[in-house]
Design a protein around this ligand. Structure first.
Ligand SMILES: Nc1ncnc2c1ncn2[C@@H]1O[C@H](COP(=O)(O)OP(=O)(O)OP(=O)(O)O)[C@@H](O)[C@H]1O
Length: 397
């Protein structure tokens, strides 16, 4: 199902000077030009009435442009029969529109059945899809839509849109009607799913947090126009216009936490001791670094926990194993800073260990996290690597 990225078409969906003027004269979309790469997830974000839905519905020809062309994989969609076109495009909307008198399995198999698949093949494909979106077909498959929660119904909507394996997905506020906790859950699941199926996705939302979390790139809409079309970190770090800065909000520094990865240069290197080291040896290492604690690694070099200088100094003979405390707060390199921050809070810890595979790389402290965030903003504005940013002052927390 996945597309080989090396052959990725950089303009899989192409908007070429597209304008939509409704009969009453409203210009919903004004001379829009942008490209979406194959396998890319682009979020369209902006206030109500700015033209996001109109943009999206022109792709599956529910709305026809007044001027300009839209190309899908090089083909002008105006020349394609809309019914044929829509088979290549999955469509997920907020009010999922499941058939109330059909079971979940039958609902999911709707498109394969329309395409003339055998019933058994359609059902097995539907079961596969339900599993993919996190619903157990043996539990939920024979239920009816009103026997599912709102979040579960949205998942069925996604499964149904994927059923005929279309290369393109259009999603119009698909998670807009569920509460924030369920929404975050659905977003994470959708990201996991997208990593697997690699569809080319246009995703409409009015929620900047959602746009940032999901998009490979974000199109920030003003009235009928795109004000900025960039990756999330760039939109947050270097808003192209005062309008975008205002739209992404004063707390954009905070939002950046979720799109800024932990890098090797962000890590501190506390003294390292092994479980089998003697306490005397551990005390020596910490004294040499004037450190109040050391990270404890197990025999394989993976994180075991930590040991404090106090507990080592006051002990007699023995090994670190006797005094070490377990520490489960660790993250992989590249995890977002936001995850590091919430892990620190969850474990009430002054640091988190960062690993690659099972190899311990160093620790991230609150001061380093703050520094990484400041560097990333500066780096984005000046288009230089984060490690190249010189900070004038670094606040110790
Ligand atoms: N059929 C129509 N006739 C006239 N004007 C329309 C029609 N459909 C939409 N519009 C207008 O076009 C503009 C863009 O609408 P659109 O639905 O694309 O916006 P949107 O960004 O998706 O908004 P929302 O987030 O509220 O769904 C709005 O001013 C809207 O009132």
């Amino acid at each position: 199902m996945s597309q080989p990225t090396e052959h990725r078409n950089e303009n899989f969906i192409k908007f070429d000077q597209v304008t939509k003027r409704y009969a009453d004269g409203t210009v919903a979309v004004d001379n829009l030009t942008f490209d979406v790469a194959e396998g890319e997830l682009v979020t369209l974000v902006g206030p109500s009435g700015c033209g996001k839905t109109t943009t999206m519905k022109m792709v599956n020809r529910l709305i026809e442009p007044t001027e300009g062309r839209i190309l899908l994989d090089g083909e002008d969609i105006a020349t394609v029969d809309p019914v044929v076109l829509r088979r290549r495009i999955g469509y997920v909307i907020q009010q999922v529109g499941l058939f109330p008198h059909k079971t979940i399995l039958e609902n999911t198999a709707t498109v394969p059945r329309l395409l003339g698949w055998q019933k058994a093949k359609g059902r097995s494909r539907a079961a596969e899809l339900l599993e993919l979106v996190g619903l157990d077909p043996s539990v939920h498959g024979d239920r009816y839509p009103d026997q599912l929660s709102g979040g579960q119904r949205q998942r069925v909507g996604v499964a149904r849109a994927l059923a005929a394996d279309p290369p393109v997905l259009l999603m119009d506020e698909p998670f807009g009607a569920v509460d924030p906790v369920v929404r975050e859950h659905l977003q994470n699941e959708f990201l996991r799913l997208q990593a697997e199926v690699r569809k080319t996705v246009l995703f409409v939302t009015h929620d900047i947090e959602e746009a940032v979390r999901l998009g490979d790139r974000i199109a920030v809409y003003g009235s009928g126009r795109i004000e900025q079309f960039d990756p999330p970190a760039k939109v947050l770090g270097a808003p192209a216009t005062p309008y975008v800065a205002d739209f992404v909000g004063a707390d954009r520094g905070l939002k950046r936490l979720s799109v800024t990865p932990i890098e090797l240069d962000d890590l501190e290197q506390p003294p390292l001791v092994r479980l089998d080291d003697t306490l005397a040896r551990a005390a020596e290492k910490m004294a040499a670094d004037e450190a109040r604690w050391a990270v404890v690694l197990d025999d394989r070099g993976a994180l075991h926990g930590w040991v404090s200088a106090d507990s080592v100094n006051t002990a007699g003979d023995g090994t670190v194993r006797d005094r070490a405390r377990r520490m489960d707060a660790w993250l992989p390199l590249g995890a977002p800073l936001k995850q590091a921050f919430s892990t620190m809070l969850q474990y009430d810890a002054g640091w988190v260990a960062v690993e690659e595979g099972e190899r311990f790389l160093g620790v991230l402290t609150p001061a380093k996290l703050h520094e990484a965030l400041r560097r990333s903003i500066d780096a984005e504005e000046r288009a230089i690597p984060r490690s190249a940013v010189e900070l004038e002052t670094v606040t110790d927390i």
